[in-house]
Design a protein around this ligand. Structure first.
Ligand code: GDP
Length: 198
């Protein structure tokens, strides 16, 4: 059955987890800057400028919260490893992001985006290790799948998955540009927002 575009609405930008409203279930999306996070959020909602809000001046380093029609939420976390921001600002990210990741009640799944062509980078691997050590449920999604030639795809899939200690079947390959697997990601995202049972 077709999964329609997600009805995502921007709620707020916050500096601290304590400032966020309660949620019945949340998915957080992380990835290095330029991994294609904004393009993917726009594709999920089928809206051209939804994620622009997260990229507007003053918001790129904040916790940007979006809400689905039923009240469940999607957190757009700041991209990591962006060299052009001042070191002082960069140094402030981990505390805010770690505070969020460790303290957010209702956080069900962290979706880690990895560039299909170049990933995982060292920073991707470090971040993933940190998330897993923290006991968080992590789903890995490879972005910009269209940039990998069909002839190289199988090898790249194996390499990427191996780099994050998963089997290729556990990594969803998507392309916001071509729409590849965007519907499947919508479907999975909805299931990932359900808090783990038990
Ligand atoms: P963000 O910094 O993670 O939010 O990344 P953006 O969504 O702004 O994308 C970074 C760059 O990658 C932009 O130039 C996009 O046009 C490009 N990009 C994003 N998604 C795709 C994709 O699926 N395929 C290709 N070929 N390029 C993409």
């Amino acid at each position: 059955m077709a999964t329609p575009p997600l009805r995502l609405r921007f709620v707020m930008s916050a500096k601290r987890v304590a400032d966020l409203p309660a949620t019945p279930g949340e998915v957080a999306i992380v990835g290095r800057s330029n991994v294609g996070k904004s393009s993917l959020i726009n594709a999920l909602a089928n809206r051209n400028a939804l994620a622009r809000v997260s990229k507007s001046p003053g918001r790129t380093q904040l916790l940007n919260l979006f809400e689905l029609a039923d009240g469940r939420t999607v957190m757009d976390l700041p991209g990591y490893g962006y060299a052009q921001v001042p070191a002082a600002v960069r140094a402030g990210w981990p505390a805010m992001i770690e505070g969020y990741l460790l303290g957010r009640e209702g956080l069900a799944t962290v979706v880690a985006l990895i560039d299909a062509e170049v990933g995982p980078t060292k920073l991707d691997v470090t971040t993933l290790a940190w998330l897993r050590t923290a006991g968080l449920t992590v789903a890995v999604v490879a972005t910009k799948a269209d940039k990998v030639k069909a002839t190289k795809r199988d090898r790249r899939k194996a390499e990427l998955a191996d780099g994050v200690s998963l089997s290729p079947a556990d990594v969803l390959w998507v392309s916001a540009a071509k729409g590849t697997n965007v519907e499947e990601l919508r479907r999975r995202l909805l299931s990932w927002t359900a808090p783990p049972r038990g």
